[in-house]
Design a protein around this ligand. Structure first.
Ligand code: PGA
Length: 247
């Protein structure tokens, strides 16, 4: 694994965008795996800037997002589809039909999960997957205890996640209790992985994932088994690392 520690999240976004742009320019019809949350926003800012400056073309890019809430329509302001439109897709020259976010309204979510895996396989697999890490070490909605071989599936959200999310919804019964998530096994099949982290609340998870044992207790530790992972970490999330990494 290659680990780069940077000063601030703007640097994190720029480094990640430069890495991804280099790969995209080398391969038309690039298949990019994307993530939601606050972590990838500095990356998306930079990708938008590059696209609008004419430095990076998305016209043939295909994207797959990691996850989506079950029961939220794409127009819901908390849906991950809407997050992606607002924070990236609406601002770049991507073909919207080539952007894939799991369908939280699928009539048969289990069948949808199988179809999502097939769609990824049909375009030749993911060339580069962007990831964030949860403070408990999760990746996508693969919470601690998820099988390292897991595939795209419906997962139950933990009580603490449901409670955390309740602030975004008018009524407790509107808060999603399930999500569709790529599995850890799915993520590990990407050709390359770019893992981003910032914030002191991520420091323990980053250290456990990078320097601890590979374990289902820390889903991100599974990345140790992947041959081409770039970690780009802001200093405040790197304070618990013991080994010498690039700065
Ligand atoms: P965050 O979430 O980017 O909002 O910190 C990351 C994650 O939980 O995967």
């Amino acid at each position: 694994m290659q680990v780069t520690i940077v000063r601030d999240k703007e640097q994190m976004g720029k480094r990640a965008a430069a890495l991804i742009a280099e790969q995209m320019r080398a391969k038309p019809h690039f298949v990019l795996g994307l993530a939601t949350g606050s972590t990838p926003l500095p990356l998306y800012h930079e990708l938008i800037r590059m696209n609008q400056a004419g430095e990076l073309d998305f016209s043939t890019t295909i994207t797959f997002n990691l996850d989506e809430y079950v029961g939220l329509p794409p127009t819901h302001d908390q849906s991950y589809r809407r997050f992606m439109n607002v924070n990236l897709f609406d601002h770049i020259n991507i073909n919207q039909a080539a952007t894939h976010v799991p369908d939280g309204m699928a009539a048969d979510p289990d069948a949808f999960c199988e179809a999502y895996e097939r769609m990824i396989a049909d375009v030749g697999g993911i060339d580069c997957q962007v990831l964030g890490i949860g403070s408990n070490g999760h990746i996508a909605f693969n919470e601690p205890g998820s099988s390292l071989a897991s595939r795209t599936r419906v997962v139950k959200l933990t009580k603490s996640t449901i409670k955390d999310n309740s602030r975004f919804f008018a009524r407790m019964e509107d808060v999603p209790t399930r999500a569709i998530s790529m599995g850890i096994g799915t993520v590990l099949e990407a050709q390359r992985i770019v893992m981003l982290a910032y914030g002191a609340n991520k420091a323990d998870a980053v250290a456990a994932a990078l320097e601890g044992p590979v374990t289902v207790s820390v889903p991100a530790s599974a990345l140790q088994m992947h041959p081409r992972v770039n970690w780009i970490i802001v200093e405040d999330a790197a304070t618990k690392l013991k080994l010498e990494w690039d700065r």
